[in-house]
Design a protein around this ligand. Structure first.
Ligand SMILES: Nc1ncnc2c1ncn2[C@@H]1O[C@H](COP(=O)(O)OP(=O)(O)OP(=O)(O)O)[C@@H](O)[C@H]1O
Ligand SMILES: [Mg+2]
Length: 159
């Protein structure tokens, strides 16, 4: 049985989870549905404490951890009750979104950097992540990373 109560999580100024509750019985299949970037993965990462929730509690099969009382021992006990399949789109972790999109063009096709940048913004805008141009992949949701990958692929097939 899983009982998630009042989970809060923010990244800097941006509140992603604002008091989330969730219950699931043993054997029950639960689906989280919502637009890209709204916090589905963040909730899962809070449930296994890969991300630290600011508030709330998580209980799985009798192991209960409260956000304000996380330590190595209870985190490990909770993680032993969970497993996760990760989203992965193979962006370069040490490069920003913009660098990820223009680098292949500039390196492989020797495109002028200014032109590559202009095009990159067009493609990033088309997939709705232009505001994230300066962010690093680790700061993006899975779907946002997927969209950057799409922008990079589009960019790379331009002449
Ligand atoms: N480490 C981080 N630093 C800053 N912002 C982050 C970080 N991780 C996630 N975010 C932001 O938090 C929001 C929620 O991300 P999350 O990965 O939970 O979304 P999601 O619902 O799983 O989206 P998707 O359907 O695209 O996978 C996004 O707007 C994302 O940009
Ligand atoms: Mg996700």
């Amino acid at each position: 049985m899983i009982e998630v109560r009042n989970i809060h999580k923010a990244f800097g100024e941006k509140t992603v989870l604002n008091g989330i509750d969730l219950s699931a019985d043993a054997g029950q299949a639960v689906t989280l549905i919502g637009p890209s970037g709204t916090g589905k993965t963040t909730l899962l990462r809070c449930i296994n404490l890969l991300d630290a929730p600011a508030e709330g509690s998580i209980e799985i099969d009798g192991v209960k951890v409260t956000a304000t009382d996380v330590n190595k021992k209870n985190a490990l006990a909770l993680r032993r009750k969970t497993a996760m399949v990760f989203q992965q789109y193979n962006l370069f972790r040490n490069q920003t979104v913009l660098q990820n999109v223009i680098q292949p063009q500039v390196l492989v096709k020797k495109t002028d950097k200014k032109l590559a940048e202009q095009r990159a913004f067009t493609f990033l805008e088309q997939v709705g992540v232009q505001d994230l141009a300066k962010a690093y992949p680790s700061q993006l949701s899975g779907g946002q990373q997927q969209r950057v990958s799409i922008a990079r692929a589009w960019h790379l097939i331009q002449r």
